[in-house]
Design a binder for this molecule. Structure first.
Ligand SMILES: Cc1cc2nc3c(=O)[nH]c(=O)nc-3n(C[C@H](O)[C@H](O)[C@H](O)COP(=O)(O)O)c2cc1C
Length: 209
């Protein structure tokens, strides 16, 4: 693969673009965040990086709480709007016709219309330069009931989630390419999964393409 050299920058993709709600049930706000991810499993930990000039910054800084609301295709417009306007000038819940729901462990409202709400409590702040990074423990998760199948499989792939790729939003409701560990899957397991309609194969199928 021939490469070109580019300016060093935030070139990691795809990223989730999420709607982060903060404040409390009365005085709340939503900020769109792409600088986020999972940083630890036990305890489950995440982060959001927020520029100090954002209206949401002080809300998160002062309360030490926020909620990550995952974005599906129905929410893309609202997500872009919450990333382009400030809570200093408008009530984004009202403007985007979004509903506040109560959290279990934090005072911030959840966005009812989001398929997955992740309640977070800040454990540490890193002042990195342009952004303050809020490391946080995930203290509760709520997910749309319809995503939990009778078989016990949590079908997050059916939530219609959205990815942020270099300034553009893409739906990821596409074909399944593999599953965690499929490249090292035993032949027998790969065969069973193919029979269940999961079209990808194991190592042999990959290299014989
Ligand atoms: C897709 C997208 C991703 C964004 N990611 C971040 C981010 O990670 N950190 C940040 O500080 N601002 C980010 N922004 C910008 C803020 O969401 C935007 O400045 C917003 O208007 C701030 O709202 P507030 O002033 O009500 O807090 C992003 C905007 C968009 C559209």
């Amino acid at each position: 693969m021939k490469k070109i050299d580019m300016k060093a920058g935030e070139m990691l993709s795809p990223l989730p673009a999420v709607m982060v709600s903060c404040g409390d049930m009365e005085n709340s706000n939503i900020i769109t965040i792409a600088w986020t991810g999972i940083v630890n499993s036990k305890p489950p930990m995440t982060y959001v990086s927020v520029r100090p000039e954002r209206y949401s910054h002080d809300m998160i800084e002062n309360s030490g709480e926020f909620v990550i609301n995952l974005v599906n295709e129905d929410l893309v417009f609202a997500m872009d709007h919450c990333g382009s306007t400030s809570g200093r000038n408008e009530d984004k819940f009202k403007e985007m016709h979004l509903t506040k729901a109560k959290g279990d462990k934090v005072s911030c409202p959840l966005i009812e219309e989001s398929p997955v709400n992740i309640e977070c409590k800040v454990t540490e702040v890193k002042r990195l330069g342009s952004h303050d990074m809020y490391l946080a423990e995930i203290v509760a998760v709520h997910a749309a009931e319809e995503l939990m199948k009778e078989s016990g499989r949590f079908a997050l792939d059916e939530a219609g989630l959205v990815a942020y790729v270099h300034g553009e939003y893409f739906g990821i409701k596409t074909r399944r390419l593999g599953t965690y560990g499929y490249s090292v899957m035993k032949k027998k397991t790969a065969k069973k999964r193919r029979e269940k309609g999961l079209s990808y194969g194991g190592r042999k199928a990959h290299f014989e393409k």
